[in-house]
Design a protein around this ligand. Structure first.
Ligand code: CAA
Ligand code: NAD
Length: 288
């Protein structure tokens, strides 16, 4: 599979958590080979299980045959050795939402992949410019922001910095379209488009819950049945992950100093207590 110039037949995905596993699945489902990298054997197995469960669901719903599922999962090389991504012309990073950790990873990746390869970050709020300066190729670093669940949501935000090369943007937009996603392009400001509009609302819902203004069920029901949202805000935060949501709000607050984004105190308390939402089985709600 070739986009303008670059051979995108094999894509690297670093971090196979809530987002990375879904992103790996999306690429594999659309004919790409994927090198999926995790930190430990345990987290690698969790990532593999995530892809397995998601595709099991598609098989049950008749959206995928068992043979297609086997081929899809087989197109992903699961590894803890980041050097296995060395031949990828595009690597998508989906690790924790912390700038120093991402910068360290981009420094490592910069020394592994070819000089003309593109390094993309799935960051929700961090500065793509600051991530790019950890590399020797800031012009070939972009934001490629998928939405949760990645196999379902059609949007991909492509974030350009002041130095992103135009052919890189073109290639990445073409790649997003090849995944049946709708790309939108925006500048490098915390929250980009969707999160800049969404997270004030989510934070406000947490503050309402914290103040015992209404129950979690009633807050969520109000937005589902009153406004037609597919999920209420507290259930959505559990899907996103409360640690990730906290980091996003904190970054947005530090950049814009808008009280709307000052993380509601209970969010930090829940993160500290290990209540991260669906991924740990407990957040605003409890999961099996
Ligand atoms: N992985 C893969 N597929 C999934 C899935 C998952 N985790 N969850 C649901 N699906 C699929 C189902 O298989 C089903 O597919 P088909 O239609 O092809 O059969 C479809 O999604 C609908 O699923 P369900 O009927 O089980 O459930 P639903 O109708 O309640 O939808 C939902 C579930 C898609 C999560 C829906 O509730 C929804 O869209 N919620 C809002 C999600 C949202 O707002 N996401 C953005 C978060 S912000 C973000 O991502 C940015 C950031 O930086 C934090
Ligand atoms: P997560 O905590 O669910 O998963 C992160 C994974 O990265 C973990 O499995 C961890 O083991 C792995 N990891 C950490 N450091 C690594 C390294 N150096 N090498 C390889 N693997 C490493 O996080 P998430 O929610 O999937 O978020 C990942 C990124 O995607 C963040 O930047 C987040 O802001 C962004 N994002 C999240 C959502 C969401 O709804 N959760 C939506 C869009 C974007």
């Amino acid at each position: 599979m070739t986009s303008t110039g670059r051979d995108f037949s094999t894509i690297g995905v670093i971090g196979l958590g809530t987002m990375g596993a879904g992103i790996a699945e999306v690429f594999a489902r659309n004919g790409y080979q994927v090198v999926g990298v995790e930190l430990t054997e345990e987290s690698l197995e969790r990532g593999r299980q995530h892809v397995q469960h998601s595709t099991d669901r598609a098989v049950k719903r008749g959206k995928l045959s068992e043979d297609e599922q086997t081929a899809l999962v087989g197109a992903i090389t699961f590894t803890t050795n980041i050097a296995d991504a060395k031949d990828c012309q595009l690597v998508v990073e989906a690790i924790v939402e912390q700038l120093p950790v991402k910068q360290a990873l981009f420094r490592t990746l910069d020394g592994i992949v070819a000089p003309d390869a593109i390094l993309a970050t799935n960051t929700s709020s961090l500065s793509v410019t600051e991530i790019s300066t950890a590399t020797s190729r800031p012009g070939r670093v972009v934001g490629l922001h998928f939405f949760n669940p990645a196999p379902v949501q059609n949007l991909v935000e492509i974030i350009r910095t002041v130095v992103t090369e135009p052919d890189v943007l073109d290639d990445v937009a073409a790649l997003a379209r090849s995944l049946d996603k709708t790309p939108v392009i925006c500048g490098d400001k915390a929250g980009f488009i969707a999160n800049a509009l969404l997270f004030g609302y989510l934070n406000h819902a947490v503050a309402m819950y914290e103040a015992h203004y209404a129950s979690r069920e009633d807050i969520d029901a109000a937005m589902r049945f009153g406004c037609g949202y597919p999920m209420g805000p507290l259930a959505l935060l559990d899907l996103i992950g409360l640690d990730t949501a906290y980091e996003i709000l904190d970054t947005m607050y530090k950049q814009g100093r808008d009280r709307l984004h000052a993380p509601a105190p209970i969010l930090k308390q829940m993160v500290t207590a290990g209540m991260l939402g669906r991924k740990t089985g407990r957040g605003f709600y409890t999961y099996e």
